[in-house]
Design a protein around this ligand. Sequence first.
Ligand SMILES: [Fe+2]
Ligand SMILES: [Fe+2]
Length: 337
Amino acid sequence: MATLTERWLRPRTPRTQFPPYDFGDPSIVGLAEARTSTVARIYHKGHEQAWDGRTTLDELSAKHGGIHFPEDKKEAFARVASVLLWGELAAWSISADLAVKLEDTPAKMAASSQVFDEARHFYVLRDYLWRAGIPVKRLGGWSRRLLVELLETENLMHKVVGMQLLVESTAVVMFRMIAEAKLEPVLTELLYYFERDEARHVGLGVLTLPDVLSGLTERDALRLWWFQTRMNLEMTFGGITLRHAFDDLGIDQGEMNLQGFKYHREILRRMRAEKPGTGADAASIKGLFQISRKGQDAFQEFFFPTRPRSAVSSKIFDTLVTVAEKTDRWLRERSPV
Ligand SMILES: [Fe+2]
Ligand SMILES: [Fe+2]
């Protein structure tokens, strides 16, 4: 019988595994669920914290006397919101895919509750944009490429690492920073609900991945590492193309990056705690992309310098920006209309 890790790397089809009779075996199910009951709790928590998107938006709107988004910030917010909105749609499909393909009951339950959350996030955010008179824009080339890769991969481990650990954690930080910028009162209060849901979604990855990662061969660990490195590059390029939009909104991208690093360290710490063994080589985080503290500081200083850049550093930075913007446009022009 395939191991847990193999089932995540190469999900079985219904032909070879349906129905999974062990779901009904009290001894096996009892043992497995005792171990993973925290994962099932994500599903139950999802029910407890579920909010009605229509009422919430209506009530917040009534409370603040309607939505009055500052005219001079609409264009910039439309660019950022495009990533958020289409990201929500991708998360909806990806979690639905996970709900179908994950084979153990608690993880299936957690993914199923995420489907409901993401559906709500998508329609509420779209409703908000429509009511605020903010155009729904097309996605930038690099952001689209990243989401398409996550949608298309058949490898469940890549999907969960990319979605739950990378995209969801970025979403948490972005929602928080946008809320703190207090652009418009309805949005500010609305984003609190989004952030709380996204934090649960990160939890699905944190709780399920350690068992899967610890069974990785060196080769598959390397493939995972490369997959995430690509995702991180795509995200960095996508972030570069949004820098003026964030500036116009008064959101400090450097601070957002710092918070992202902090959140990522926290994720790794929680995952290490899932299984004995510590340090960067702990089995529970095998293959995960990590940058040392020194590396993070260097990245931060290069992209968001606290001192004037040297001539060389300026030259490299400008070239990188040009490459990111040109390739983003190139990819965008080749995406379906
Ligand atoms: Fe979401
Ligand atoms: Fe999410």
